[in-house]
Design a binder for this molecule. Sequence first.
Ligand code: ARG
Length: 459
Amino acid sequence: MADMMWAGRFSKKIDDTTNAFNSSIAFDARMYRHDIQGSIAHATMLGDCGIITKEDSLQIIDGLKGILSDIDNGSLELDPSAEDIHMFIEAELTKRLGDVGKRLHTSRSRNDQVAVDIRLYLRDEISEIRQLVYKLAVTLVQLAEKHKETIMPGYTHLQRAQPVTFAHHLMAYVFMFLRDIDRLDDTAKRMNYCPLGSGALAGTTYRTNRKQTAELLGFTAPMPNSLDGVSDRDFCVELNCALSLIMTHLSRFSEEIIMWCSWEFKFIELDDAFATGSSIMPQKKNPDITELIRGKTGRVNGDLITLLSMLKGLPLAYNKDMQEDKEAIFDAVDNVKLCVKTFIPMISTMKVLKENMRNAGARGFINATDCADYLVKKGMPFRDAYKITGTLVAECIEKGLTLETLPIEEYKKMTRLFDDDVYSAISLDTCVKERKSEGGPSPEAVQKQIDIAKNMLGL
Ligand code: ARG
């Protein structure tokens, strides 16, 4: 193993187990591009400010670009015994350039270096996740457009409650995912301030230009306080919160799909390419994807707790505990991407069994509120109408009937206000059509929701 960068202070080499324990290269190597990007900006600024010579600056930048393309094309292998990706790249630069390479770290610490790298890395990940969630929202809107007339029961307490449409149900998720996109944008905006130049914790005595590095790296501005610059990981927490909410929405949706696939519901059938079989039960078609998404939601929430717990007792400024930020937030990012990527084609290929949805609606007394409303519209106070309808429902259950099939005489026994027109008033089609209130399930109301969503999606 090569001598440690900090060997001067030490009389012995680090113990192998300790080195392996201390090292983060196994998981921070994925930031190599961003580390090099940050170093190029830093070297440019050092040259422009006359802190190192222009020639040295240019040589360093060239050397860094060489390392970047060698890692990219696989000709430079990462050393697993290196302390972290930052040390590895700097050591490689020095191997290639000699003394010139040793000048890169002037006026910089790994503390501000790593703080900048994670931000650059996560900024790219956020934009990738944003695109995926956007695609998911578009897919759902397109599906909703086809199902404005597909009546299904809406539930509370998982009991059939009132009629909605499949489009109405899908649009509920669209608005959740639109807020998720908004949260990602918000996180990216607050994250986009540059810690580079904070040094180890207390800035530097060199006359650096933090504005320049911030601009070169596409940040909004330098972070105003150097202790804060190297100490906080609130942006990781915030991103993980946004990711946990994406997972929560996906997980609730997944839970519904799991139910809808069951023989008890049979509202949808997954495409064979997005379901799995059983090793013993030949009849099985299992919704594994959605179960895994539900399962992984717990894991992403776990990452959030890891981050919050890691931070809560840390005195300013940098502490090695903070190295633990990466595995947690990377795990959250990786799993969200995997889940959304898999969910989109599964949703767009599933078969919607409209008849079954409608039949479930027809048998669940989901028009009972409409029956009560019928009496209210004829002048009866709602509470009385509610009670009469409840009695009729009980009678139907006893006789094995529905409100649609209960004879008019039975209605009339309860109140003279009932007439033949009650049947059209409580037909599922009327119930849905008449729910025109803003945000409601009627086809026109859902169309307005689709228009709003499309507008937000720039469609
Ligand atoms: N690998 C470290 C991390 O991820 C880099 C920063 C190390 N700084 C230090 N002072 N030891 O946090």
